[in-house]
Design a protein around this ligand. Structure first.
Ligand code: SF4
Length: 430
């Protein structure tokens, strides 16, 4: 048997504003490659960086996709159907809309596929595979094998790093706009710490990019993890809730274990917006002290904000940029509120007939696909683009560099990538 795993490229915008930001290997597919028996030949292709091969030579094509990439994934699946090659689809979007995915694929996976894939492969080999496999059980993510990074080694020079790792999946919060909760619905699923340490050992002394959804869901787990990986002398980054800023012990342990930066979903400076979105773990009045505490321990803050909440008018752009400058965050990531299917925000937009676009390829956080409440769609898009242009002006980057607590090499690399986005923000998208 010969399987081809594909990470499909979203087809609407060629990345953000026509620019491809930093890429990292598709960890989920590399784990599935390792979970596939040695008797099966496996190739992995990352369409963001390379052309797809002739798929007609494969017995099965497996893909995972976000909502924005689902249009392209379905194109590939339909192409495979014409070739007589069977297709398995999983990931965030097929988990949200399995019936839709089954219209294009032979097999669909709901929730993480790590536990269902081995069973599927043996049933596929015996020609008795079911069309739908679902894993929505709570519990620790046990027995994940080492990801097979050799499958994409040829792309190493083009990835930001090959050292990608996972200590947990999911999140214990239930924000109304978030696909993490909507697609898994299963809360926080940590991996056994000894498994994480095993994965990280070959990366000792190096930079590691963790792809957890929210590292700071379970304080005890985070503390034990940091203490266990400290001897590996890594430098690493991950995503976490802002509430980690209240927890000095955990911050100290994170720093000692090599944390150089945390991506934090601040989302909005409006308590009303956050309440309406059920993001109750965020308290805007505490943002500044939490950011100061995190940066005070020498950990950089990459602040993620969303524009377009119903409670916010066009003043939001200036207010948000003002906070980013005052708080000296090392990096800011802006996106446009998007009603991803399966979320309660999507249900509300449907009910209120506010959807402006139906094509999933535009559901990427960089297009306006719903009618905002307190500004026009055009104003929202313009404000979003101008925020990137302003924050990533060369002078603004230079000012931030002087105050940054991240290592200079990382600050420069990540701001250079986002700086390219800022300079391109008036030329692409739509
Ligand atoms: S805290 Fe973050 S990851 Fe968790 S549900 Fe909310 S937006 Fe999603």
């Amino acid at each position: 048997m010969h399987i081809c795993f594909v990470s499909p490229r979203p087809s609407s915008s060629d990345g953000i504003f026509g620019v491809e930001p930093l890429r990292i290997p598709p960890l989920g597919l590399l784990i599935l490659a390792s979970l596939t028996p040695d008797t099966v030949k496996v190739d992995v292709f990352d369409e963001h960086l390379e052309e797809l091969p002739d798929l007609s030579t494969y017995d099965l094509v497996g893909m995972t996709c976000s909502t924005a990439a689902s249009t392209r994934a379905y194109e590939i699946a339909d192409h495979c159907k014409n070739l007589g090659v069977r297709v398995a689809l999983g990931g965030c979007h097929p988990s949200l809309l399995p019936e839709e995915a089954l219209g294009h694929a032979d097999f669909v996976f709901v929730g993480p596929a790590e536990r269902t894939w081995p069973q599927f492969i043996s049933e596929f080999a015996a020609d008795s595979a079911r069309r739908l496999y679902s894993d929505t059980k709570l519990g620790r993510l046990l027995n994940l094998p080492l990801p097979d990074f050799s499958k994409v080694a040829r792309l190493a020079p083009r990835y930001g790093t090959m050292n990608v790792a996972l200590s947990s999946l999911g999140c214990s919060h239930r924000c109304a706009f978030c696909t993490v909760y909507a697609s898994s619905g299963i809360g926080f699923r940590p991996r056994p710490i000894e498994d994480v340490v095993r994965d990280l050992k070959p990366m000792s002394g190096q930079f590691v990019w963790f792809v957890d959804d929210n590292l700071y869901c379970n304080r005890e787990y985070a503390l034990r993890l940091f203490r266990a990986i400290e001897p590996l002398q890594l430098t690493w980054l991950n995503q976490a809730s802002i509430s980690i800023g209240h927890d000095l012990d955990t911050l100290v342990a994170a720093k000692r274990s090599g944390c150089i930066s945390l991506l934090i979903g601040l989302e909005s400076l409006s308590a009303r917006s956050l309440r309406a979105s059920r993001k109750t773990c965020n308290v805007p009045d505490e943002y500044r002290s939490c950011v100061d505490a995190i940066r005070g321990e020498g950990i950089g803050v990459e602040a993620a904000f969303i524009f377009g909440f119903d409670e916010e008018d066009e003043g939001v752009f200036e207010t948000t940029l003002g906070f980013c400058y005052d708080a000296d965050v090392e990096l800011a990531h802006f996106s446009i509120l998007t009603p991803f299917p399966g979320t309660s925000f999507y249900a509300r937009c449907l009910r209120e007939e506010r959807l402006l676009k139906q094509e999933w390829r535009y559901f990427d956080g960089f297009h306006v696909v719903f009618k905002p409440a307190l500004m026009s769609a055009e104003r929202l898009l313009r404000g979003f683009r101008e925020a990137y242009q302003e924050f990533y002006r060369p002078e603004a980057i230079a000012r931030r560099r002087r105050r940054a607590v991240q290592p200079a090499w990382y600050f420069s690399a990540i701001n250079r990538d986002y700086g390219v986005l800022g300079r391109s923000a008036d030329s692409g998208g739509g």
